[in-house]
Write a protein that binds this ligand. Structure first.
Ligand code: PEP
Length: 252
């Protein structure tokens, strides 16, 4: 059975006080997790240090929402792998559609960051997804194939053991429109087959492929019941302890 990873992308929400409140709420609701289930919270950069401190001794892991491809230097406003690791991060979300859309991030840069993250002992959550226009044109497979090949380019089989892929149809992010379980499963199966073609089946079988896009407590269990859906990357519903804990409990 594959591992399941539920990650909460807090985006640009929660100051330090609100971070502490949400973490306390999560810790009281998620006191233990089955060994195959990992829960990651990804607060904003300014909350990572306090989150790292508060999460010590809890079963919850910490992730960042982005990182620089550079080690250090004159890159105003950027945050390095070393900074997020020293705050306690084990994971980093890379190539979220909002980074692609608003900050011009392309597959090549996401791939460079992924290599840097893995070399720095961080596990990258690599996001891919088609827009509504692309789905309506019937080119979802082509878009996803190009993105997956692009973000994984040059990664060795050994490096792939750290990689998480998140399929997030752009039209379902923050819109309340969820892909149906069947629509999501179809793309997840396609991604797994593609990973098997780039590497091999045993590796593809182990690769965690999360679904993201308006995952809520009332649709999580059905999504998680699909063969190739191994957890979720959650936006809106991770901002409240009750709803995020309910999504995690749907995966147990
Ligand atoms: C996301 O930000 O990755 C996301 C999936 O958001 P939401 O759950 O709000 O659609």
């Amino acid at each position: 059975m594959r591992n399941v990873i539920i990650a909460g992308n807090w985006k640009m929400y929660k100051d330090m006080t609100a971070t502490a409140e949400l973490i306390e709420g999560l810790k009281s609701r998620l006191t233990s997790l089955p060994p195959r289930v990992t829960v990651v919270i990804c607060p904003p950069f300014t909350s990572l240090a306090i989150a790292g401190t508060l999460l010590k001794g809890s079963p919850l892991a910490l992730g960042a929402q982005n990182m620089s491809q550079h080690d250090e230097g004159a890159f105003t406003g950027e945050i390095s792998w070393n900074m997020i690791r020293s705050a306690g991060c084990e994971y980093v979300i890379l190539g979220h559609s909002e980074r692609r859309q608003y900050f011009g991030e392309k597959d090549e840069l996401i791939n460079t960051k992924a290599k840097k993250a893995i070399a720095s002992m961080l596990k990258p959550i690599l996001c891919v997804g088609e827009t509504l226009a692309e789905r309506e044109q019937g080119i979802t497979d082509r878009i996803i194939t190009a993105q997956v090949r692009g973000v994984l380019s040059g990664l060795t089989r050994a490096e792939m053991s750290s990689v998480v892929i998140a399929y997030e149809p752009v039209w379902a992010i923050g819109t309340g429109k969820t892909a149906t379980p069947a629509q999501a499963q179809e793309v997840h199966q396609m991604i797994r087959k593609l990973v098997s073609q780039i590497y091999d089946w045993p590796l593809a079988e182990q690769t965690v492929i999360q679904y993201g896009g308006s995952v809520k407590p009332d649709n999580a269990a059905e999504l998680f019941s699909q063969n190739d859906i191994d957890g979720a990357l959650v936006g809106g519903a991770c901002l409240k302890a009750d709803s995020f804990a309910a999504i995690v409990n749907a995966a147990k």
